[in-house]
Write a protein that binds this ligand. Sequence first.
Ligand code: GTP
Ligand code: MG
Length: 346
Amino acid sequence: MSEAIEIDIADLPGVGPATKAKLESGGITSILDLAASTTNELVDNLNITEETAHNLVFEAQKILKDKGILEKDLISANELFARRAKMLRCTTFSQNLDTLLAGGIETQAVTEFYGEYGSGKTQICHTVCVASQLPVDQKGLGGAALYIDTESTFRPERVAQIAKSRDLDVSSVLDNIHVAKIYNASHLELIVRAMGSLIQQNNIKLVIVDSIISLHRAEFLGRGSLSERQQKLNAIMHRLKRISEIYNVAVIITNQVQATPDTFFGDPTKAAGGNIIGHASTYRIYLRKAGQERKAIMIDSPMHPYGDTNFVVTESGISDPMDKKPARTVRTASKSAIEKDEEEEN
Ligand code: GTP
Ligand code: MG
């Protein structure tokens, strides 16, 4: 990756000092930042033509593809295999959840947790930003975490409690979590655009966005602004996905649920944000309360079987229920795990 970093944006064809300055004013300071951008994003933010924007992104991506940092348009399964071999998995401190995730939270992927209030989304985020700091041979990612907090629910005390209960050095764990408190939708868009250099400067291996949608949901109200909201969310999701691949980092996003009163079977809730978030997330896990425990259900994944498992929230973050029931990974041919679950409980 270092070779690509050494290439100056001004070395790209068609980029003079003026364009370089424009890009920098929009937070794009490297080829990597540019490659993670979308054409629309550049047109909207930098006041350049669509053709110029398209060419810039194309050239930047081409360099990264040539250097093997970004996936080529056509890649052999062998190359893909080698690329995925670099992928790391981070424990969640719950064996059950790790099993559901086939080993933990992956780098080069966006993992989405969605569920109603109190279902444990923020608790998972707090726990994983501690776990990710463990060395790779202890199922961590061996790096720092970037915690993007849009709901003002990040609590350093909670992180300290989790770290202490796991005999980790509290001060160094806290030092390695970089928190960005975000107050409005455009602020979120800005930090996502500037994320590339933050990751490089701080050895970030885990990016958390808790939550991805709350600010856009609050600011873009009504049907009239829906398409604008979706376009903005799309740009954020697209960039997060690219960033996970370019920098080999794990990205966790949390999402809210919305009621779907017309549902006859199963849980009458679904993830907010529609297809935009669903399609861009590599893995989607639905969380819900199950008595004192929490249930996690793998809803969408290109490789995991459809399954569910239970975990608990304790002072040491999230962990397995005391009875240590083995993780269940149910595969049902005709019914979703949610439907099956409802039936069991009825
Ligand atoms: P929203 O952000 O409101 O949508 O919910 P969320 O899914 O992020 O919920 P969160 O992860 O914040 O879960 C909150 C729940 O975790 C609380 O209702 C508590 O049950 C539990 N919890 C939080 N902190 C602790 C703790 O220190 N010990 C224990 N045992 N449980 C805790
Ligand atoms: Mg929360």
